[in-house]
Design a protein around this ligand. Structure first.
Ligand SMILES: [Zn+2]
Length: 222
């Protein structure tokens, strides 16, 4: 029951139809930045000495981005933001372990960041490696593929034509679910409306970030 409740909170947070909120809305701000990036017309940003000195006094990011370490997905550039705007966490496959979830908890509790976006991307090498692996990879890479494997299994079962991209999206959704499931701090803030979690995918060919939405995790009524 508790897990179902968590999913309900999570899904309701994900499905809030606010893609067209006022300009001050953090998600709107990110999507507007991505639109500029995709169009190849980035805004002028203060990145010089003045801004650096200003930031030395403290940080006030308006969004947390959990993204893949892939060098083609630099969050500040993809969302056309400057220094001090985003609290960025990156690892191969944008997976959520204790360190990642702890980092998010720090950002939401101490910096009061109101938005978390979990960003997968097309052509993700970590997901591809998991999809193609015949056995658990040697070394610590196995710790990453262990996290991605459930998404690959789900994607194979889905019957979808593009299993690779389906696995990318399932992996993003699984990371969102795990972040909520494993953190009472995050659950509380989501329930209070102080934190919104959005699952999204970046498409390298278009440069666009699109929301990942699915009813697949909405609990069935008995
Ligand atoms: Zn990747």
């Amino acid at each position: 029951m508790k897990i179902k409740f968590i999913y309900l909170i999570f899904i309701s947070a994900m499905l809030m139809p606010s893609l067209a909120f006022a300009a001050a809305n953090p998600l709107e701000r990110l999507l507007a930045g991505n639109k500029r990036f995709a169009a190849g017309i980035p805004a002028r940003k203060e990145i010089g000495k003045k801004r650096r000195i200003e930031l030395a006094k403290g940080q006030h990011p308006f969004a947390i981005v959990l993204a893949c370490s892939d060098c083609r997905v630099p969050p500040e550039m993809v969302f056309d933001q400057g220094p001090g705007d985003l609290f960025v966490i990156q690892d191969a496959g944008n997976v959520a372990d204790s360190v990642v979830i702890g980092s998010i908890e720090y950002a939401v509790e101490h910096l009061h960041v109101p938005l978390l976006i979990v960003l997968g991307h097309s052509g993700c090498g970590a997901v591809k490696t998991t999809l193609e692996a015949r056995r658990r990879p040697a070394g610590n890479v196995g710790s990453i593929t262990d996290k991605i494997l459930p998404a690959v299994v789900e994607a194979r079962k889905s019957g979808k034509k593009d299993i690779f991209n389906e696995a990318v999206q399932d992996n993003v959704k699984n990371a969102c679910s795990e972040i909520v499931r494993r953190s009472s701090i995050i659950q509380k803030l989501v329930a209070e409306g102080k934190l919104r979690i959005v699952a999204a995918e970046y498409y390298a060919d278009t440069g666009k970030v699109e929301p990942v939405l699915s009813g697949s995790r909405v609990p069935r009524k008995k």
